[in-house]
Design a protein around this ligand. Structure first.
Ligand SMILES: [Mg+2]
Length: 272
């Protein structure tokens, strides 16, 4: 890779990648994040979390002026790192819903509520979300501030779920399995949102190198179109496909694996 005049952009999932899965610790990645900041290499977080949750994290990670992607690609919080971007003030961030707005998802869910048995975040409310997720009250409040996706617990049969997914499909909505929750969303993916951000951050694609870091199948849409796909191993092995020759799979998991993989990339690009 020759790297003069090449602009590197790093997209990264959070849980199980930049943050450890169990304790959300990211101290192993701190020196590498600092190095990226010195080199002015953008780090774009791309996660299932909401804008409210990610804004808090962005402050902790020193990425509060950066663009980040929320709710699995449904929402983009543009930062001051895009060429024609706004100057981001903490109190007036520029947020774009690129998938289906949550209100239209909730409207459809209300319409079909009598036919199927499920509990969405809106049905559960604050106490129900706290009970289902083990989040604290303040964290659950942030998780409830959704704009382009709706998680739900499915309480009905698999046959009914397939019929439900078909109804969603007729309205251009999708249903994807997370951990305990199914996530109803528009046609957005992490990969599509990554492309939207890349095209604004890097007007000259030929001289841009995109790296994408993920650990679970929901990250695959990013890894499939990245120049450098990076798969972070999970406790049970690698859960994503890293098919490009340029791809990197570190030995370690979580934030230590994240730091290991990014260091390999920087060495390859002769930054170190
Ligand atoms: Mg993950």
């Amino acid at each position: 890779m020759s790297l003069q005049n090449t602009r590197l952009i790093i997209f990264t999932d959070l849980d199980g990648c930049l943050l450890n899965k169990q304790d959300y610790d990211w101290s192993a990645a701190r020196p590498t994040l600092e190095r990226l900041r010195q080199l002015q290499i953008p780090v774009v977080m791309n996660s299932s979390k909401t804008v409210a949750e990610m804004t808090l994290l962005a402050c902790e990670l020193g990425l509060n002026r950066s663009t980040f992607i929320c709710e699995n690609g449904s929402v983009i919080r543009w930062g001051s790192d895009v060429a024609d971007g706004p100057s981001v003030e903490v109190n007036s961030p520029y947020v774009e819903v690129v998938g289906s707005p949550r209100e239209s998802i909730l409207r459809l869910l209300a319409e079909v509520k009598t036919q199927f048995s499920f509990d969405s975040f809106a049905d559960l409310g604050l106490s129900g979300v706290m009970a289902a997720t083990q989040l604290s009250e303040s964290r659950a409040q942030l998780a409830l501030q959704r704009q382009g996706t709706e998680p739900l617990l499915w309480n009905d049969t698999e046959a009914k779920r397939i019929a439900f997914a078909h109804q969603l499909h007729l309205h251009d909505l999708t249903m994807t399995k997370g951990g305990r929750f199914w996530h109803v969303a528009g046609q957005s993916t992490k990969g599509k949102a990554m492309q939207m951000v890349t095209s604004r951050m890097a007007p000259r694609p030929a001289s841009t190198l995109v790296a994408a870091i993920g650990d679970s199948p929901i990250d695959q849409s990013m890894l499939d179109i990245a120049d450098v796909p990076i798969g972070i191993p999970t406790a049970t092995g690698l859960a994503v496909t890293v098919c490009s020759e340029a791809g990197i799979v570190p030995l370690q998991q979580g934030s230590a694996g994240w730091a290991e993989a990014v260091s390999v990339l920087l060495r390859r690009m002769e930054f170190t």
